[in-house]
Design a protein. Structure first.
Length: 47
C-alpha cells in the first residue's frame, strides 16, 4: 500500500472559484448547442 505522508487535507473548504470563472462557464454553456445528425452528435459553439 502507498504510504500517506501528509495527514492534512489537500483541499480547503475556503477554496472558491472566482466570479470570472463562473461567468465563463455559464456563458460557455449558454453558447453550446448540440445537434444530432444520424447517430453522431455535433457540438457547435455560437459566439
Amino acid at each position: 500500500m502507498a504510504k500517506i505522508y501528509s495527514k492534512e487535507k489537500l483541499a480547503s473548504s475556503k477554496m472558491l472559484p472566482k466570479k470570472e470563472t463562473i461567468q465563463l462557464i455559464l456563458s460557455y454553456s449558454a453558447a453550446l448547442n448540440v445537434v444530432k445528425v444520424g447517430n453522431k452528435k455535433i457540438e457547435i459553439i455560437a459566439n
